[in-house]
Design a protein around this ligand. Sequence first.
Ligand code: FES
Length: 159
Amino acid sequence: MSDDTRHPSEVARRALMAGAGVLAASVALIACGGAASRSGALLPPAGTPAGPPAGPPGEPAGAAGGRLASTSDIPIGGGTVIAGKKVVVTQPVPGTFAAFSAICTHQGCPVNKVANGTIDCPCHGSKFAVADGSVVQGPASRPLARRQITVSGDAIVLE
Ligand code: FES
């Protein structure tokens, strides 16, 4: 039997298999040093922004750290972890705000909770004071790094 007598679906299947082989070869080429990427033939990975990231509405593009939260978002005596910015904003007393790095000084886990006056790390249990980021409970031995913020109206902005 010659190829001309094959069922059309068999021809399509074989053509598909040949295409898959070419694709596999392309993937292997990329894996072996990215030569294909120099051709410019590849699309950017899914989710890659097409241009510079846009800030929140009303925020000028390229503003230093950008708006973190509204003052009303931050509980008095507590705080809020803003994971996307790796910052914790606290309000130890009404109308006074502070901000710290959300990266634990013990081994670098992101803190994930603010409760009972402390900023808590889930990895090994370190706790830091909402007022100044100092260590309340180890194993961390250094305070959370302070981040500079400004409060403008109801907006808390990272500098
Ligand atoms: Fe936070 Fe260990 S990394 S307690």
